[in-house]
Design a protein around this ligand. Structure first.
Ligand code: NCD
Ligand code: ZN
Ligand code: ZN
Ligand code: ZN
Length: 440
């Protein structure tokens, strides 16, 4: 007998929706068929005609271990992910200490291995002086991350010559560079101006990192990478100017992501959210948001990742310049996107392209991102008709809040499977062991 059958489903395959069922054996999708009545297994789950999507791959999360486990840890973070239909996360290196040495990478590996209930991979950190560590990297990280400017944590490369040298090394090693692109000198200049003012609020903060900071940095990094010959991926693209630059100069060596908070929040929300709105890059205007949506539709933006950056309320409730930057998102991305399907703004296959197929391609993750025979059985059953409000009191992220608290959304995940193991079922978490992904 086989392990598990999911029958009576609308399977969202990479080329369209397929009505039928699938058979899972040893954690892999063994067979996909339209006649799911013929499939036999120890356990059979009836999807009742609901959609089944490939589990989401969130390519940008901050699960905070080691160093800041009061904000999040690998169990709470991965539980929040499972509840949001996310079956694989790629964790960022701005932990404490940063993941910028092989030793720290291996330490983080042990932590994730012991606590994560979903699958995971790691971004390695570029620093001003870790060329040796970068040289020693093997094909077992998702990317090398470059923080050009100050953001949460101490990891940074603030010398363009060093960035260029490191890009050239990564070109040789065929390792992707991911980039937090904001111009540090500009940020510093406007931050110093704001410090001279007596009082500052969350709107003022956005003016320390205006559109030009992001656009200028993205432009420069496109040029450096063109000269160095490496592949680059831009994190959290947020402005119309970046979209214009990408439209004019994007090549097959350049990919880009945007975030749910830049797609679903704007500066207009800052009044209500106060310091909770503080994030790098900051929330933008409605005009910027419109251009982001156009780029999502046209494919200029390749993926949506959450930049899940949990901070505790007490770390938000400080003077705006001292408040932590970042917001959680791993639990709410899928319902926000499903709500857009109900509104007619997205197709269900767009969600799969943006959150599973393309992330697996860009980060070269083996056997994930598609419902396909031979692939890992990472699956999420959704109920497109279910209506519920995002509710801070029900969230699994340790930080305990969402910028979308109170928002009524139609379309929610109901069951999540990682390699055939059920990890989330109608509100409950089932503890299983996640694995590190492998790369092709
Ligand atoms: C992130 C964090 O808190 O780790 N914060 C944020 O505002 N996005 C860091 C980052 O991605 O820049
Ligand atoms: Zn960033
Ligand atoms: Zn559009
Ligand atoms: Zn981030």
């Amino acid at each position: 007998m086989s392990d598990l059958v999911i029958k009576n489903a609308k399977l969202v395959l990479s080329d369209g929706v397929f009505e039928g069922g699938l058979l899972i054996e040893d954690g892999k999708i063994k067979k996909i068929t339209s006649d799911s009545g013929l499939l036999k297994a120890d356990k059979v789950i009836d999807a009742n005609g609901n959609y089944v999507l490939p589990g989401l791959i969130d390519a940008h999360v901050h699960f905070r271990e080691p160093g800041s486990s009061s904000k999040e840890d690998w169990f709470t973070g991965s539980s929040a992910a499972a509840a949001g239909g996310v079956t694989t996360v790629l964790d960022m290196p701005n932990t404490q200490p940063p993941t910028s040495t092989i030793e720290q990478l291996n330490r983080k590996r042990e932590i994730a291995q012991s606590k994560s209930i979903i699958d995971y991979g790691f971004h390695f950190g570029a620093s001003a002086d870790n060329l040796n560590e970068l040289s020693a990297l093997e094909n077992n990280v998702a990317s090398v991350k470059f923080y050009m400017s100050e953001t949460t944590g101490s990891l940074r490369v603030d010398n363009d010559a060093v960035i260029f040298e490191e890009f050239k090394l990564l070109a040789d090693k065929k390792i992707l560079a991911t980039i937090h692109a904001e111009n540090r000198d500009m940020i510093q200049y406007w931050t110093n101006k704001l410090k001279e003012k007596k009082e500052a609020n969350a709107i003022d903060y956005t003016n320390t990192r205006p559109n030009i900071c992001a656009a200028d940095a993205l432009n420069q990094m496109m040029y450096l990478s063109k000269m160095a010959g490496n592949r680059i991926h831009f994190c959290h693209v947020s402005t119309r100017e970046e979209i214009m630059l990408l439209k004019n100069s994007k090549t097959e060596k350049i990919t880009a992501e945007t975030t749910p908070h830049h797609l679903f929040l704007t500066k207009e929300d800052i009044k209500k959210l106060g310091n909770y709105s503080k994030v790098n890059p900051p929330l933008r205007s409605i005009e910027d948001q419109k251009k982001l949506w156009d780029a999502v539709h046209s494919g200029l933006i390749d993926i949506i990742s959450t930049d899940h950056a949990p901070h505790l309320p007490e770390e938000k409730n400080r003077d705006i310049l001292m408040a932590s930057a970042g917001m959680p998102g791993v639990e709410t991305m899928l319902p926000l996107l499903l709500n857009e399907v109900n509104k007619g703004n997205l197709k269900i296959t767009d969600i799969t392209r943006l959150t599973a197929v393309n992330p697996a391609k860009i980060f070269q993750i083996k056997n994930k991102g598609m419902i396909k025979e031979g692939y890992d059985a990472d699956l999420v059953i959704i109920d497109l008709k279910k209506e519920a409000k995002v509710d801070n009191s029900k969230l699994l992220t340790k930080c305990g809040w969402s910028p979308f608290n109170g928002r009524k959304l139609k379309g929610w995940p109901t069951k999540t499977f990682v390699r055939g193991n059920k990890v989330f079922d109608e509100g409950s978490i089932i503890k299983t062991q996640g694995n590190e992904v492998t790369y092709f």
